[in-house]
Design a binder for this molecule. Structure first.
Ligand code: AKG
Length: 293
């Protein structure tokens, strides 16, 4: 689905958007599974291993901000992680050593409300022995300017790894008052539902609040080259290898110099990027209360 020019452009800019990767029947199944998960959130009152809740969530009016690790508890999201059209693209972007799923999440931005995500580099959360890693954004809804699409700063994956600490602890967000990157040069990754974006693990990105009357639901998968091993260690070797969606098991990491800052000491609030970033002292994106209706 992608050409050698697309691959070159990805390496140059740090991102790529590919339209129409997902067939309509698969998109319908993904949305159905997500709707069922959100409906089940009526049974919870605080963050769990599956749900990160929006402020203002109540069992009567469930407001979910994130579904954690959907591939690990809902089969269709694991099926999509192995989707041949996507894996073929990943093989081209990540190189010949295989493709490993590292993690997944669904970030939901409700109409008029969905939370922003502050500028950050994914690499600051999980440095590896080499940086052939990326995140796939699966657009479950059309992504357009007003519903808070992912925004990326082109070329920033070739720069430093910026400090993501606040008050001495990891907070998963850059301090926008330092103006280390030209955030105004960021571009939105937009497309029709069923499209996918691919962004490099060191690319600076974030997203604004959803100010439209449409939802923005984005399924994110993080993938690494088969020979990129996590510097924070591997908890379960068998599970690590079951997450290979292409290639074979190896124990010979490729080590390539790349600027690294460890995400330590850990964020006071773990669980999701929203909780991590709640301790960031300075914020870039505006947060507006929705109009009362
Ligand atoms: O949902 C978004 O717009 C951004 C998400 C993101 O960058 C993340 O969760 O790491």
């Amino acid at each position: 689905m992608i050409t050698d020019r697309d691959v070159a452009r990805y390496h140059e800019t740090g991102y790529l958007v590919v339209p129409d990767v997902i067939a309509p029947d698969m998109l319908a199944r993904l949305r159905g599974a997500l709707d069922a998960l959100v409906a089940d959130a009526a049974s919870v009152t605080e963050h769990t291993d599956v749900y990160d809740l929006e402020p203002g969530h109540t069992p009567e009016h469930p407001k979910v901000r994130r579904i954690k690790l959907p591939h690990s508890h809902t089969p269709v999201f694991w099926e999509l992680a192995q989707y041949p059209r996507m894996v073929a693209i990943l093989e081209k972007l990540l190189g010949p050593s295989g493709v490993r799923l590292q993690s997944s999440k669904i970030n939901l931005k409700s109409p008029h409300y969905g939370s922003p995500v502050e500028w950050h580099q994914d690499w600051a959360f999980y440095p590896h022995t080499n940086d052939d890693m990326l995140a796939v954004g699966v657009m479950l809804d059309d992504a357009f300017m007003e519903n808070g699409p992912l925004m990326v700063v082109p070329g920033s994956h070739k720069g430093p790894t910026w400090d993501h600490h606040s008050g001495g602890y990891f907070c998963g967000a850059m301090d926008p008052t330092r103006r280390e990157v030209d955030f105004e040069s960021a571009v939105p990754l937009m497309g029709k539902a069923g499209s996918m974006s691919f962004h490099h693990v060191r690319l600076v990105h974030g997203s604004a609040q959803n100010v439209s009357d449409k939802p923005r639901r984005l399924l994110l998968y993080e993938f690494s080259a088969g020979d990129a091993f996590p510097l924070m260690g591997i908890k379960d070797w068998d599970q690590y290898n079951r997450n290979l969606v292409s290639g074979t098991v190896i124990n010979t990491p490729r080590i390539v110099p790349a600027p690294v800052r460890m995400p330590l000491p850990p964020a006071p609030f773990q669980g999701s990027i929203y909780e991590n970033q709640s301790t960031a002292q300075n914020k870039y994106f505006q947060r507006r209360e929705p109009a009362k209706v």
